[in-house]
Write a protein of this length. Structure first.
Length: 409
């Protein structure tokens, strides 16, 4: 017997018992669907976020205070201030630095209130640094100028999505008891948070949000520093850490701030994402294991049902290796069928997630990445699981003695 005949016999057996075949491959289908969908969306998300980090540029260092998020329970975190911005600017290897202020407030447009974020950034020569770091580009209107007062620029989602009516150049927004005129709208940067931002001058944000009777504060949410040409970003980041420790009079290990280069931010995210992805794949692998056990059980049943057929093949000269090959190919095809269905469903699920994220959430970060390596790998993996699951039943079939097999009823 030739390999073509082995394959033909395996296909005939599977098509003869279609219902059993479909029920057997369900576990493989679920597992492969989950793996393909999760890896596809996960890789797409990773690519999207890496692109966002890339907008920072390799020559940028970002400094966050723990107060920008939340201080540890019981800890007292020292915020970053303009004094820290000046200290960083005076650090060797830093070309320039700028602070950003972030405030959350209720914004009204035509009496419709929404909770939004107000970003304040310098409108002087450092404006370009902030624009490069954020990736913001003007879609309509103009940028904010040094002499602007009572003017704002809004993100793409604020312009079209947040409110029932579109916000355009010339529209008036109200917050903190004051009215502000929109002078520009931004192109989408691909994520809902950044596209929901309202941009203002740093000094004006501080004035608007200052408590009654109190002078404007000097606290900043984060600081972006540009590394001077010829300097190594990681080395400059270390110098900034040392400078801030001296400025805050703290020892190493007591920092309430984080200093990271663009590359370090990307590496941190990828490390965390890799762990999450491994856990998810591990969970999906359980379904593949169950599917493999299902194939093994089906093949054992097939061996029992076809005992007499095996005896006839051996009686006419079929070798043990031929009998074993037939059953291994059959079990491998079961896995492959489940793999094909799983790849199709997984790719469809990933595309559905991408569609929902783009149209309902306004984000292009959740995208379906379907490289051929993933699709071919999933098919080969499913075939391998099926073939391996059929090894023991195939071995049992090959060991049957012709006389005993022919007597079997």
């Amino acid at each position: 017997m030739m390999w073509g005949e082995y394959f033909g016999l395996a296909v005939t057996s599977l098509t003869h018992r279609r219902t059993r075949t479909l029920l057997t491959v369900i576990g493989i289908v679920i597992g492969i669907t989950a793996v393909v969908a999760l890896l596809s969306v996960g890789q797409g998300l990773q690519d999207g976020i890496n692109e966002q980090f890339a907008t920072l540029g390799v020559d940028k260092v970002t400094i966050f205070s723990s107060t920008a998020f939340s201080a540890a329970a019981g800890a007292s975190a020292t915020p970053l201030t303009d004094r820290d911005v000046r200290a960083i600017e005076n650090t060797r290897g830093v070309a320039e630095a700028a602070g950003v202020v972030l405030k959350a407030t209720i914004v009204k447009f035509r009496d419709e209130p929404k909770q939004l974020s107000i970003y304040g950034y310098p409108l002087d020569s450092r404006r370009r640094l902030m624009e490069e770091s954020s990736g913001y580009e003007i879609d309509a209107g103009r940028k904010l100028g040094p002499n602007d007062h009572g003017k704002v620029v809004v993100g793409s989602y604020v312009a079209d999505g947040v409110f029932k009516r579109k916000v355009g150049v010339g529209s008036a927004l109200e917050f903190q008891g004051q009215r502000f005129t929109v002078v520009g709208t931004l192109k989408s940067v691909g994520n809902r948070q950044d596209d929901s931002a309202i941009l203002m001058g740093l000094d004006e944000v501080r004035e608007v949000f200052a408590e009654d009777g109190a002078p404007p504060g000097d606290v900043v949410y984060s600081i972006i520093a540009r590394v001077a040409p010829g300097e190594v970003p990681a080395t400059v980041a270390t110098r900034i850490e040392d400078r801030l420790r001296k400025s805050h009079n703290i020892k190493k290990g007591e920092e309430t701030f984080s200093v990271m280069t663009s590359e370090q931010l990307m590496q941190s995210f990828n490390a965390i994402f890799g762990i999450v992805q491994a856990v998810i794949i591990g969970i999906a692998a359980i379904s593949l294991l169950v599917g493999g056990i299902g194939i093994m059980n089906t093949m054992y049943t097939a061996v029992i049902e076809r005992t007499k057929e095996i005896g006839i093949m051996k009686a006419v000269g079929a070798r043990n290796s031929a009998i074993m090959a037939i059953f291994v190919i059959e079990s491998g095809l079961l896995g492959a069928v489940g793999g094909v269905i799983g790849v199709i469903l997984g790719a469809g699920a990933a595309k559905l997630v991408e569609f929902v994220a783009t149209n309902a959430l306004g984000s292009n970060l959740l995208r379906a990445a379907l490289p051929w390596e993933l699709l071919v790998g999933a098919l080969l993996f499913s075939f391998t699981i099926g073939a391996c699951s059929g090894l023991f039943p195939a071995r049992q079939a090959a060991r049957l003695k012709p006389v005993d097999a022919l007597r079997y009823e």
